[in-house]
Design a protein around this ligand. Sequence first.
Ligand SMILES: [Fe+2]
Ligand SMILES: [Fe+2]
Length: 335
Amino acid sequence: MYDYSDDPEFPPESIYPLDWDFETSPQTWRLYSRAKREQWDEDRVDWAKLEEIASGLERKQRLGVAYWWCVLATFDNAAPVFGYAMVKSHERHIPTAYRSFISTITFDENRHCMVCGRASHCMFKGFPRGFKPQDDLERKAARNVLWTWYNGARYWNAYKEAYNKYTFDVLLTSFMMGEAAATTIFSEMGDGAKIPQFKQVFRQISLDETRHYAFTHVLLQDNLPKMDESRKKMVTKQIRAGFIFLSLIMYRPPKDFWRLPHDYEEVHFKMEDLARDAGLGVPTLEEKEKAWRDAVLRVGAAVSKYGVKFPEIPELGISGEEVERVSEDDVIPVF
Ligand SMILES: [Fe+2]
Ligand SMILES: [Fe+2]
């Protein structure tokens, strides 16, 4: 029976009652406005022209480019990730500005994933699941993509579980590493790409990622000063987890977390070489190492301002706090 003489009691984790708070986090509100102003449309990229350019490339080069976009899509398939975060942000009644901005990231990330798909289709329709490999390398290229996606599936399960394990502030600060990686890779590739359509999309995506990265800075400012030591420790661990997850595309896959065939890396680098020759703008291993180290150090500088210790990153020769081995349940960071 309901007692209508009183206000209703709302169930826990409900998206009601509604609240609109236009005061909290003015910086996020500004980013939200910027997100709406800076929208762009991937339909306006000249995909027909890209197909024409593709027809002038060798088969292996086309495959190399399609391969790279498919691997990237493991990280840029982030619309469900932020869509899920958006649902949770409503259920947990986090500030309206955050919720609103997360809705724009969801839309942005869908666009990024569409770009991955369209670019890959223009280069090699049917790759990786509906094409006939002509040799061992081609077969292994498709296998590589599918195993990368398999790890994406493991990540997805861990990600959903993470909402039951971590507080929202820790989860949100975890996004920083992914956004730092994304701004780095896309601005680098925007400079390096020789094919105009790729240059264009890298620059556009980079604009979105800069906004996402700026949001993670606001989150740090808003949330880290209030965090106790144990939560700060979790942030340190999440930075390490972010490094591990994103290293596959940013540098080379580390031993932790990733489950990949023994010759994955060999095939990966061969396909990247082909993509680079075709004009995609993939950085060399040395360039990647430098860019990734710079990005990691930037995140380190940002969090250390608030007393968060930076994890040790032996892969890049960066010393710091020792973190226990990162397992598959620990990985949260996204693009
Ligand atoms: Fe993205
Ligand atoms: Fe992003």
